[in-house]
Design a protein around this ligand. Structure first.
Ligand code: CA
Length: 261
């Protein structure tokens, strides 16, 4: 860095290294996605889509490669295919969670049966996309998962928060929701919707996901039914002096419950 006269002479390479060091140090680096996917055409399309969003992508075609990258790289989120040549995504996710890997994980699955979806989330995944999915929806879901990631960690530190959000409390024993100590009169599905929202604040659910989680026979329910129940819930929140904006509409994606609203 010093020339023969002792003056500071910064060369382009030094500048680059300095920039690299500082940007990592300040954590001002691009979002780094680990894509675990063995299908080349899907891999290429996903990489192009993410790089055009200024994200950095590392790719693994097997579970073993993914393990190595998780251990050696600073990753912000994993896109995890369920069907891999040497393992499956659920097993991989489970093994990472057992090793206290807390990264957000978004499953890519070709099987749309409800069991797969629920199991994926129960074993510690944060969200899922069913193939074929739109790349735009993928980017939106990645951003949504990253937005709520710090909140999820805070929530883990405070278990009580899971049942008590902005004066709203889920009473699992009496199957009701209390607002500032007063019981809300809710139908069965309204209760189940509120319960899901309150336990997962800020998480964006599509209408299909809400039906899967809440309705007993999701296949026979219509997406319009979800909208009708959301409308009712908003009216009941308003009646109890809360903002109906607590249930946010995300255009083209679905709904989330935002306690700060
Ligand atoms: Ca696959």
């Amino acid at each position: 860095m010093f020339d023969s006269a002792g003056r500071i002479a910064i060369h382009a390479a030094d500048l680059f290294r300095l920039h690299y060091f500082l940007s990592n140090f300040m954590d001002n680096r691009p979002i780094h996605i680990l894509l675990v996917e063995d299908e080349p055409s899907l891999r290429d399309n996903v990489i192009i889509a993410l790089e055009s969003e200024a994200m950095r992508v590392s790719w693994a075609g097997t579970g073993m490669e993914a393990d190595l990258l998780i251990a050696s790289e600073k990753i912000d989120l994993v896109l995890l295919d369920v069907g891999l040549p040497d393992t499956n995504g659920f097993e991989l996710c489970r093994s990472w969670r057992m090793k206290q890997v807390k990264l957000p994980i978004l499953f890519l699955t070709a099987r749309s049966s409800e069991v797969d979806r629920v199991v994926g989330l129960e074993i510690g995944g944060d969200d899922y996309l069913v193939k074929p999915f739109s790349l735009r929806e993928m980017v939106a879901r990645i951003r949504a998962v990253l937005r709520r990631a710090p909140m999820a960690v805070e929530k883990a530190n405070d278990e009580a928060a899971a049942n008590r959000v902005s004066g709203l409390v889920v009473d699992d024993v009496r199957m009701c929701v209390l607002i500032d100590g007063h019981g809300m009169e809710l139908t069965r599905y309204e209760f189940r919707l509120m319960r899901l929202f309150l336990k997962n604040p800020s998480r964006v659910y599509s209408r299909g996901q809400l039906m899967d989680h809440v309705w007993e026979e999701p296949d026979s329910a219509l997406e319009r039914t979800v909208d009708a129940h959301i409308k009712q819930l908003r009216a009941k929140l308003r009646e109890h002096g809360k903002s109906e904006e607590m249930i946010r509409t995300h255009r083209g994606l679905g709904y989330s419950f935002d306690p700060q609203s």
